[in-house]
Write a protein that binds this ligand. Structure first.
Ligand SMILES: Nc1nc2c(c(=O)[nH]1)N[C@H]1C(S)=C(S)[C@@H](COP(=O)(O)O)O[C@H]1N2
Ligand SMILES: [Mo]
Length: 401
């Protein structure tokens, strides 16, 4: 039974790890203002510039990261439960190899629990831990990854052997009456004098599998648009967000982020910094060539939604400020005071993509204040957190190569 849970985790956890590291890369941590993990050193490596094609990629990878992570919670708990006697094994080690293995278990179990707990607290926006989520979740992931690799190296042969030792099909046909305790094993996982079984193995699988499917079913809807979205009962955000065309998910409301509505009115100006600094009001922006694209907002918390945005191309704004699209990245600053996401950098490739907008309207209406009025960034395939709302200033810099 432990091996079956182990196999499911062996298939699932690498996907959660890889999509998580992909998400880190999608933040483009090399660019100024995107750095959320100081002193990351080698652990902050990434191998490629985050692309703007296909537009749904981050929506997909981050949806998988969060939804699959939630789905695996029950399997992880069942796996830990099934090996709990090992936790208390005494003496702690009889050989150096065993000492190494047990030390790796501490990091394995600690790392897994830490990653799942911080991840779930984060998607619930429940910041009870006294440290910053991003560096902690990243560093925790590397520790967990190392311990996971050691554990797989130690246990893979045993897992294969025990999976081969009996027929899964026969096990699934065996009810409580036919359930027999495991024969004693050299590892001491099996009780020496087991009580009569109260549950069949297939019953345990049905229970754990059912719990996993329930988690999946109640959270996958938040990655879709359409009727399925209403089924995402485990998604923490509310369901009504604003009037008509603006009625879709809001991450952080304007008042919550200290955006003074007075600063978004007539006196608002967009500041363009670059070789030729420019100041524009909203009417001047609306007089520029407008472009409309359907682009998703894909939050690191797993939820995503595609809406139709209208605005000015970032490339046009770059040219207006005297920069050359394709050779300049941009540092975006918002009106927000105090929030962590009031500024972000976009790469030269993101600025140059014709679908990258300073959006003024959504679904045919002006942006609502909560969706970023007077203007917000919308970049294809960018993590939601880089679609800065309430934009105040864009600074174009020649990209360091
Ligand atoms: N200025 C500012 N922009 C921001 C944020 C913020 O907190 N402040 N949140 C970001 C995050 S994390 C996401 S997922 C998107 C959500 O956009 P929405 O609230 O319009 O759905 O906005 C992004 N833009
Ligand atoms: Mo987000």
């Amino acid at each position: 039974m432990t091996s079956v849970f182990g196999l499911v985790l062996l298939l699932g956890i690498p996907i959660v790890l890889i999509t998580g590291l992909v998400s880190y890369a999608a933040y483009d941590p090399r660019l100024p203002g995107n750095e959320t993990t100081p002193e990351r050193g080698l652990l902050g490596f990434y191998l490629f510039d985050w692309p703007t094609h296909p537009v749904w990629l981050y929506r997909f990878t981050q949806g998988v990261h969060v939804v699959l992570g939630l789905t695996l919670v029950a399997v992880l708990l069942a796996k830990l439960w099934s090996v709990i006697p090992k936790l208390f094994a005494w003496p702690p080690a009889r050989s150096l190899a065993e000492a190494l293995e047990r030390a790796s278990l501490l990091l394995l179990v600690g790392g897994a629990v830490f990653e799942f707990v911080t991840g779930i607290l984060n998607i619930q926006l429940f910041y009870v831990f006294p440290f910053s989520f991003y560096p902690a979740h990243l560093y925790g992931a590397w520790i967990f990854l190392a311990a996971f690799a050691v554990h797989v190296a130690f246990k893979l042969p045993k897992m294969v052997r025990s999976l081969r030792s009996r027929s899964i099909r026969r096990e699934l046909r065996t009810g409580l009456d036919g359930t027999r305790p495991e024969p004693p094993d050299p590892d001491g996982l099996v009780p020496l004098r087991p009580a009569a079984p109260t549950m069949s193995r297939r019953g345990v699988f049905a229970f754990v599998g059912g719990a996993s499917l329930m988690m999946l079913g109640l959270s996958v809807g938040q990655t879709t648009d359409g009727p399925l979205r209403r089924t995402a009962l485990l998604a923490p955000h509310g369901r009504d967000y604003g009037p008509g065309p603006n009625d879709f998910q809001v991450n952080k409301a304007a008042t919550a982020m200290g955006v003074d509505p007075a600063t978004t009115g007539r006196d608002w100006r967009l500041e363009l910094a670059g070789p030729h600094p420019v100041l524009l009001d909203r009417a001047q922006l609306l007089a520029m060539p407008m472009h409309t694209y359907a682009l998703p907002i894909a939050c690191v918390e797993g939820w995503s939604t595609e809406q139709t945005w209208t605005g000015v191309r970032l490339a046009d704004l770059a040219r207006l400020a005297g920069a050359v699209p394709g050779t300049a990245d941009v540092f975006v600053e918002s009106l927000e005071r105090g929030g962590a996401f009031g500024q972000a950098s976009l790469s030269a490739g993101q600025v140059a993509d014709p679908r990258s907008l300073l959006a003024l309207r959504v679904n045919g209406a002006d942006l609502s204040l909560d969706h970023g009025f007077p203007a917000r960034i919308m970049v294809p395939n960018a993590p939601g957190v880089h679609n800065t709302k309430w934009v105040r200033k864009l600074s174009f810099h020649a990209t360091a190569s």
